[in-house]
Design a protein around this ligand. Sequence first.
Ligand code: PLP
Length: 221
Amino acid sequence: MTDLAHNLELVRERIVRAAARAGRDPASVTLIAVSKLFPAEAIREAHALGIRDFGENYIQEFESKAAALADLEGARFHFIGHLQSNKARRAAELFQVIQTIDTPKLARRLNEASKPLDAMVEVKLSPEESKTGVDQAAAAEVIEAVRACPYMWLAGLMTMPPWSDDPEESRPYFQKLREMAGRHGLAALSMGMSHDLEVAIEEGATHVRVGTALFGPRVRP
Ligand SMILES: *Cc1c(COP(=O)(O)O)cnc(C)c1O
């Protein structure tokens, strides 16, 4: 068995156990394999193991991989990095899902590509300056802007809590995202990564974004 196959088995077991604890169907949790900084071959191997959802952070990096992956059947690519409006059109062409919409302007730019897209609004739930996403207070405006875009279907909300070694530290953020989604009638919750996916699933995550636990540590360029 390859490392990836073994890692995937472990991650799937974690998802199943967490779902069982929460009384949820594990099939209600979509595993997104975060493949940033890993080559196209890693995505191809993951696809052969049954993964269909992939997360990428950088337009330029994915551009060079996408050409090599055009034949992958049923693959869905989620953009999960920070997206500048001037790259929106290209992002719309390359991805099926954009999870990091954080301004009305970005929503409109994506819509201008005239390509049907699934969308999520990224919410910033901590005051940390470095985090991307829209402030809670301004989230409603972004949600309405996406809903007004005919080419976009708003699935739900995405967040990334401040980093902590202790996954329990993420719980209040996940709870807050779930409450917000409920208030806005949104079903999808993209939350939870390698270190805190169990807590996210307990708090209702429908999409977990897992990189390191599948592909191993990333080497910074
Ligand atoms: C890189 C990244 C992940 C994956 O993080 P891991 O800790 O490697 O699982 C998830 N979400 C976002 C937004 C990321 O940038």
